[in-house]
Design a protein around this ligand. Structure first.
Ligand SMILES: NC(=O)c1ccc[n+]([C@@H]2O[C@H](COP(=O)([O-])OP(=O)(O)OC[C@H]3O[C@@H](n4cnc5c(N)ncnc54)[C@H](O)[C@@H]3O)[C@@H](O)[C@H]2O)c1
Length: 449
């Protein structure tokens, strides 16, 4: 280790906003954090292995399509305090404050590679003086206990100059109002002495900071809060399977009139990369191996959910007798997010059963659609007329006039409506309609009247 070149206490340099901050990862989480920090006055460098993202940021362009209006890059750059660089930028790697925002998942599974690489680089570059490492990426408790100390080459309990912080993110990135400034932030440190610099950093960018007893409690908060939602959604889908003769969305709507019951809708799958991954991060932090987890409810939910796309495909095949169209690859409306796409998983099962599947999403090119799903690109709206069945997976704004378009067709396809949003506009029309979770979507599974 080199002797420290900056004798200034870290807390003082954070207080007067002169301390440079390095943010690892220029995805939504890293770039929004870097912009917030630069906006709060910290000189900030965001490092990414993706050269395209680095170039775009330095040119003033948000490199994340669809999030141009959500990430205040121009504002952050106008103060001259934000730049992007590759991870071999020596001054940034040797900084005393690091926010780790790299991806911790790939293809629907937790991955440790990026986190290990970043922490190893930070560990190698440490000067011997104070270093603060804040983990914004989603992590498991086991990673905090084992991976982080091993990669940094330091024992958090013994190393008084190392400030380890867990500060998980909970943004809803599609809503500009639910961001790192407005959403309450949970922050915990490995040692109580690290709390003052951690608070200084996070209170500069977040309106409310909840201090956890330590970083393990803070780290586990993220998988647990998403786990609630995951279990609710799996239960919702199980109810729709368990009662094929009932209008389950209606039962859930009625149940939701009780003061402490949220309303969910059955669906063709749970998408994205936070909620479906949460059980894996939660189980990974428990004492036993997966097959022996002390969270058997979670393990059973994961097993059942893993089979859900195949069950959905079977139900659709019972309705379909010709080409099947799917609208929406992204799991969330009006965004380009392919991770955890329920439509892609269902398409895969339909194709494996020999179905002719066409798919459209305005956020993906026809070439991408085929490469990502194997389905034929569906030309919107021209191909609607040739379909036997249409699955409305994601209600992108572009599809707002879908009911009118279908009603205008001579021989419209049967519409399988994932979330039930098109039903009201189709009432009284000749379009065969099946809201997911109702008997119409499960024709042969429903008991005969
Ligand atoms: N996106 C969200 O809304 C959200 C919300 C809560 C938590 N999270 C968590 O935050 C983390 C980041 O999410 P994201 O959506 O920004 O991910 P992302 O995949 O969009 O971005 C991660 C970035 O890290 C870069 N990277 C990978 N390895 C690197 C390395 N060794 N050095 C430098 N850069 C490297 C990648 O090139 C990529 O640009 C994940 O753990 C995610 O689970 C995300």
């Amino acid at each position: 280790m080199q002797p420290s070149t900056s004798p200034r206490p870290l807390l003082a340099a954070l207080q007067d906003r002169t301390e440079p901050v390095t943010v690892w990862g220029a995805g939504f989480i890293g770039l929004s954090a870097a912009c917030a920090l630069a906006g709060a006055g910290f000189p900030c460098t965001v490092l990414d292995t993706d050269e395209h993202r680095v170039r775009e940021i330095n040119a003033g362009v948000v490199p994340l399509p669809g999030f141009e209006d959500v990430i205040p890059l121009a504002e952050a750059r106008s103060g001259g305090r934000l730049r992007a660089a590759s991870p071999d930028d020596a001054p940034a790697v040797a900084a005393r404050v690091h926010l780790v925002c790299v991806n911790t998942d790939r293809a629907g599974r937790p991955v440790t590679g990026p986190l290990t690489e970043v922490l190893s680089a930070v560990g190698r570059a440490r000067s011997g003086g104070e270093t603060l490492v804040a983990l914004e990426s989603t992590v498991s408790l086991r990673w905090l206990d084992e991976l982080v100390p091993a990669a940094l080459g330091a024992d958090p309990a013994d190393d008084a100059s190392l400030h380890l912080v867990a500060a998980p993110r909970r943004d809803w990135m599609l809503s500009p109002d639910m961001n790192l400034r407005t959403l309450p932030r949970v922050v915990g440190t490995a040692r109580p002495e690290s709390l003052p610099p951690a608070r200084e950093l996070y209170e500069a960018i977040s309106e409310v900071v909840h201090v956890a007893p330590d970083w393990r409690h803070a780290g586990l908060t993220k998988p647990v809060e998403n786990l609630y939602r995951y279990l609710d959604l799996v239960l919702t889908n199980q109810l729709a399977e368990a009662y094929p003769g009932l209008d389950v969305p209606e039962v859930l709507r009625l149940a939701g009139t009780k003061w402490n019951v949220p309303t969910f809708h059955p669906s063709i799958g749970i998408g994205g990369y936070c909620i479906p991954l949460s059980p894996r991060f939660a189980v990974d932090g428990t004492a036993g191996p997966d097959e022996d987890t002390p969270l058997p409810l979670v393990a059973a939910a994961m097993d059942w959910d893993g089979e859900h796309p195949a069950r959905v495909a079977e139900s659709i095949l019972r309705i379909a007798d010709g080409p099947i169209g799917i609208l929406g690859l992204s799991y969330a409306p009006n965004a380009r997010i392919v991770e955890g796409s329920p439509a892609a998983r269902v398409a895969e099962h339909l194709l494996a059963r020999g179905a002719d599947v066409l798919l459209h999403d305005p956020y993906f090119t026809p070439e991408e659609i085929t490469a990502l799903t194997g389905a034929r690109p569906l030309r919107w709206p021209d191909d609607l007329s040739g379909l036997a069945t249409l699955v409305a997976a994601t209600p992108h704004d572009l599809y707002a006039d879908l009911p009118a378009r279908l009603s205008a067709l001579q021989d419209p396809p049967a519409l399988v409506d994932n979330l039930g949003g098109y039903g009201a506009a189709l009432r009284g029309t000749a379009v065969p309609y099946a809201e997911w979770g109702t008997p119409a979507a499960r024709p042969s599974a429903a008991p005969r009247p």
